[in-house]
Design a protein around this ligand. Structure first.
Ligand code: SF4
Length: 328
């Protein structure tokens, strides 16, 4: 069996405050295979960005990983010393954040930044690294890369800056890319181009991609599989076409109803009543129960675990029987 590029097992992340210990991630498990794009979607506060930060070892105190395992191509990386995880982050995991200026130093030419990253992680000479930087800029769609390589970040538009960040993220040929809301700050027309680029890079380079977004439209366009998160847990996970066309979890059904389509622009978007609970007020049982139209007594006391249901897995008591039958 092929080892997944990323394997997250029963991950738990806590934030210790003076008043209480708040659990932001509570038993999250998923794999991402080589060349696969996994979308992680949910409302703000669902824990999707915290999951991405845990994978790249950037949970700062008072936050900490309090349980579970994170494996990169079979190697545990969740308890590496800071220096080692920093090396893994630059070389084996590329990162793309919402704001390109988080990743780019405004005082340095973009070519110098890419060359420095390449030379930190490879044995290439200065001139070979510069040639590779130009090739990478061409690959991510920067016009006239031989000239633009000497430009500063402020000389690029938002979309072009995000392309530069993508070139930076792939320059050491990482096994995994974590992209956290990579298109949220961009114009709609540019968003589609960046999404197409991330998708193509995953396919051409065999890179596994974890794409964190609140936007189901982006997920539907880009991903092979999707994990729907709610209150620090996975509510549903499965192939994107199954989850989009036939969502099982009541929360996922609400999210899918909120995807606007060009064909049905007059369709009223489904609103899920209420809001995601604060970390300090997650209800017992199923965390979605106060908002769920199908909640019954068991939902208020017993936590549902994700169970297989066809190609999907769903954490909802409504599906317990179907899961038992498919396992029999
Ligand atoms: Fe709704 Fe109960 Fe399913 Fe939770 S477990 S989503 S409350 S039916």
């Amino acid at each position: 069996m092929t080892v997944p590029v990323l394997s997250v097992r029963d991950l738990k992340v806590e934030f210790v405050t003076r008043r209480a210990t708040l659990r932001a991630i509570d038993g999250v498990s998923f794999d991402i295979a080589k060349g696969e794009v996994l979308g992680v979607v949910g409302e703000s506060g669902a824990g999707k960005s915290v999951t991405g930060l845990a994978v790249i070892g950037l949970i700062d105190p008072p936050g900490r990983i309090s349980g579970g395992e994170i494996l990169l191509s079979g190697m545990r990386i969740d308890h590496l010393p800071a220096e080692e995880i920093r090396r893994v982050r630059g070389k084996r995991i590329g990162m793309i954040f919402q704001d390109p200026l988080t990743s780019l130093n405004p005082l340095y030419r973009i070519g110098d930044q890419i060359v420095e990253t390449i030379r930190t992680h490879t044995n290439l000479s200065e001139s070979a690294a510069r040639k590779r930087a130009i090739d990478l800029l061409a690959e991510v769609g920067i016009p006239a890369p031989e000239k633009r390589v000497d430009g500063y970040p402020h000389e690029f538009s938002g979309g072009m800056r995000q392309r530069v960040v993508i070139a930076l993220a792939i320059c050491a040929e990482p096994e995994l890319i974590i992209a956290d809301e990579p298109t949220t700050a961009l114009d709609v027309s540019v968003q589609a181009q960046i999404i197409a680029l991330i998708k193509r890079l995953g396919r051409d380079h065999g890179t596994a991609v974890m794409l964190v977004t609140h936007d189901m439209g982006v997920i539907a366009e880009t991903c092979d599989r999707v994990a729907v998160m709610y209150s620090g847990r996975i509510a549903e996970i499965g192939p994107v076409q199954d989850v989009v066309r036939n969502p099982l979890h009541p929360y996922a059904k609400g999210l899918m109803g909120a995807i606007p389509t060009l064909a049905g622009e007059d369709k009223r978007l489904v609103q899920i009543p209420g809001s995601m609970p604060r970390l300090s007020a997650i209800p017992p049982g199923c965390p979605f129960n106060p908002r769920c139209a199908f909640a019954f007594d068991r939902c208020r006391v017993e936590r549902p675990e994700p169970l297989p249901n066809g190609a999907q897995a769903v954490a909802c008591h409504l599906y317990d029987r179907a899961a038992e039958e498919s396992a029999a």
